[in-house]
Each structure stands twice: as C-alpha cells, then as structure tokens.
Design a protein around this ligand. Structure first.
Ligand code: KIV
Length: 331
C-alpha cells in the first residue's frame, strides 16, 4: 500500500513557482473535510470564521484555542491529503511571542495540523519569526482581518488609499521576511492584490482580493450557500445547500407525520418466535424486566443485532448495521 502524500508548505511554494493556482477552503468538521480532501482541495483552513458560521457568534472574537483544537483535530482526521492550517484565535497571540508560542505548540501537538495562521502585518512579524524559528510554519493574514473589526469600524475594504496600499505592501513584505510561508489578502482592491502577489516570493491567497493572487480561499458555508445571514460580495454560492437541506428536512418531517418513515427496510426486525413472545407480553415493571432479560435464551436468538441492545440502556449505543459495517455506531 502506498502512503498518501500530505501537501506540505514546500509543495505550495512550488505551485507558485510553476504558476499553478492554489485552492484553499475552510473546513470545521470531519465529514466536510473528507469530502473536500476527496475533491483534491490542497489546503484546508480551520478558520476562526467557525465562530460565526458554526457557533453563531456575531464576530470571530469569542472563539477560543480549545474551539480551534477540537475542530482542527476533526479536520485533520478527515483529511489525509490536504495541508491543514489552523487559525490562532483572538487573544492567543496578541499578548506577545511567548504566549503565541505556547498556544501554537498546543494547536500543533493536539491537532496534528501542518501550520497555523495569524492576523496582522508588521505588528505580528516578531511573533511569526519566533514561531518559524521553533519549527512551526505560519501563514500570515492582512487586509480586512476579522479579529480587528472593531478597530476598522466594521467590515470595510482595506488598502483603498495610496497610504493604506503602501502600508499593506510593507505588511506583506515584513511577514515574508519573518518567514511566513504564504499570506492571505482579505478584501483589498484587485490591483493591490496583484501588486503584492508580484512582489512576494511566497504565495498569496486572496479572499475578495481579485483574480491575480496565487490562490483563492472561500468560507465553505458561503460556497455551499449554507450561511444565510449575509453574503459577502466576494463569495460565490456554487450550490444552494440551504435549499437542499430545507427540502430534505421537510420531506423527513412529512414522512414521519404521514407514517411512511421509517419503512420496514429501515427497521430492525425480530424473528417470528421472539416477535410472538414480545407481542404476548405486557409491559413489565423493573423487577419483572430483570426476569425477562435473564430468561431470554443466550447466544444469538435475534436476526438483526438486537442481542446487544437487550442490556443497553441507551438504544443509540446499540450496534447498527445500516452501512454494512459490522457494529458501526455514530450515535
Ligand atoms: O477564518 C477564516 O475563515 C479566514 C478566511 C476568511 C481567510 O481567516
């Protein structure tokens, strides 16, 4: 069996050098990560945007290191191929490089991710330098950095004036010099995205930064049309998953209400002897229940795996056979 090659930061550098565009997508859970990995997405970002699209906060500020670790580890388990990069959340690095080092080490050790991402240009360069020196690859993030939304006075495009544009170019330069392996440019004019991309050796990944960046990143809930609160200008809904979900949920509710769900094929059936016995028995009290259980013949009298459920208090823990995997459980 050949081992799966996981995308590395040097692979990403080679992609820029070959002129091959880089696709990055956010991911927050095991199942979505598996699908994105299957689809050949080379970088999965466990973004602190999970605070808004998964946890329902109004901004990314309340997200904690523990949140990032829980979701990051799930994404790493789901994606054997992609490079997984995990956001350092608000408060986990602003206190200085020692704080940043402690939190970045936790994130790397407890998730198995390939790198971390943090926001800020010149102000974060010293932190980036220390993390990189310790062997932790860092992706930078400048422009409309969501953790600074209160300083910006809202979700506003950055780099609109010559002064701001030059400041962002200097930010990008200082991150590259500090050792960042790639830089996210968020919500800046396309011409500025192109200029910074041209000037840097490392790849730029744009979100609302025009088509000339080395790569693009999208928030998975925006791309699928799952996040309904607002649609950022730079987001494209590739499908209307919210509509598909709503239709499926409605059909499910209607099936339950009409008694057409579950069908016989979706039910666990007993053999005739056992069924007759249950049908002829009235509901016992607890003492009698013990007798019924003890009295039930051992071995495998049942045809469909219910034997384990007899002594299980929570039926969701009983073995399932619906996916053909013996004893598979998800509940
Ligand atoms: O948290 C996030 O999803 C991000 C992307 C928008 C780049 O940082």
């Amino acid at each position: 069996m050949t081992a799966v090659h996981r995308v590395t930061v040097t692979d990403l550098q080679s992609m820029k050098e070959r002129g091959q565009k880089i696709t990055m997508l956010t991911s927050y859970d095991y199942s979505t990560a598996r699908i994105a990995d299957d689809a050949g997405i080379p970088i999965l970002l466990v973004g602190d945007s999970l605070g808004m699209v998964v946890l329902g906060y109004e901004s990314t500020l309340p997200v904690t290191v523990d949140d990032m670790i829980r979701h990051g580890a799930a994404v790493v388990r789901g994606a054997p191929r992609a490079h997984v990069v995990i956001d350092m959340p608000f408060g986990s690095y602003q206190g200085g490089w020692q704080d940043a080092m402690r939190n970045a080490i936790r994130i790397m050790q407890e998730t198995g991710a390939g790198s971390v991402k943090l926001e800020g240009g010149q102000r974060s360069a010293e932190i980036v330098r220390h993390l990189v020196a310790a062997g932790i690859p860092v992706m930078g993030h400048i422009g409309l950095t969501p953790q600074s939304v209160n300083t910006f006075g809202g979700w506003r495009m950055q780099g609109k004036t010559p002064r701001d544009g030059v400041r962002l170019m200097a930010d990008a330069q200082s991150l590259e010099e500090a050792g960042a392996y790639a830089i996210v440019l968020e919500t800046v004019p396309a011409a500025l995205g192109a200029k910074i991309t041209q000037q840097l050796r490392v790849p730029t990944i744009g979100i609302g930064a025009g088509p000339y960046c080395d790569g693009q990143v999208q928030v998975v809930h925006d791309l699928l049309g799952l996040f309904q609160d607002f649609k950022p200008k730079h987001a494209r809904r590739f499908i209307d998953a919210a509509g598909l979900f709503r239709d499926a949920f409605t059909e499910y509710r209607e099936g339950v209400e009409a008694g057409t769900f579950p069908s016989e094929a979706e039910s666990h059936l007993l053999d005739r002897k056992m069924r007759d016995r249950i049908e002829s028995t009235s509901i016992p009290d607890n003492a009698a229940l013990e007798t019924v259980i003890d009295d039930t013949p051992g071995g495998a009298p049942l045809e469909d795996g219910y034997a384990s459920q007899r002594t299980t208090t929570n039926p969701r823990n009983a073995n399932r056979r619906d996916d053909g995997r013996e004893g598979a459980t998800r509940g």
